[in-house]
Design a protein. Sequence first.
Length: 246
Amino acid sequence: MLKTLRFALAAPLALALAACGSGAEETGEIEGDAIAAIPAPDGTEWRTTAVMTEDGGVLVGNPEAPLKLVEYGSLTCPTCARFSMEGAEPLMEYIDSGVVSFELRQFAIHGPIDLLLGSLTQCGPDAAVLPLSDQVWQNFEQIMQPVQTNQAAFESAMQLPLEQRFVVAADQLGYLDFFAARGISEDQGRQCLADVAKLEQMANYTQRYANEFNITGTPTFQLNGTNVDANTWAALEPILQRAGAR
C-alpha cells in the first residue's frame, strides 16, 4: 500500500495484479421492496450529475439516492475493466432512475501508473471523471501494452523531479494523445500531471482507503456502506434489485 507520495513514486512498477479481483471478506446484502423512480430536476438527467466527494471519489447520480453504490477501483485492474465493459451502461440505467447513485473511488493499487492515469481522468470537469475512467478500462489492452513494453523507460521517468516525471512518462506511453482524443488537451494533461499537491492528495486517499476503510483489493463494492460479494456486473445487478432497484 502507499505510505506517502514519495514512497509511491519510488516503488517499482508492479504488474502482477495479485490484488485485482479480490475484496473485503465481510459482506452483506440489503433486502427491500421496489423503490419508485425519483425524477431528475427539469432539463437534467441523473447520469450527467456528478460531484467530487469528501472521500475523494466522484459521485454520479442523485446525491440523495436511497441506494448508494461505491466502487473502489484501480484503473490498472483487469477485473475492474471487465466490470466497466459489461456493466457501465446497464448501471447508468439504474442511476437514471434516481434510486441508485454510484461513487467511484480510485484506488492506486499499482502506485505510479494508477496515479498517472487517475490524474488525467480527473483533469477535466467532475462529470468527465467516470466517462474517462470507463474509456481507460474499455481500452485496457491499449493502455497497458506500452507499460509492459516500455517498463524501463517508465521507471527512468520516475527518477525525474516530481513535477516532471508524470509528464514525461505520459508522453512516452502515448497517454497524452489518448486523453487529447477524449477531451483533455495536451496542455491540460501536462499541467495536471505536474500538480504535485494533487498527486499527493490522490496517494493519501489510497492510503486512507487501505488503512481506515480496510480496502484490500479491487474492485470492492459497497452498498449503503456494506461490502457486497460481487466483482462482476452479473453478480452485482441482482444485489441491487433485491435492495429495491428496478
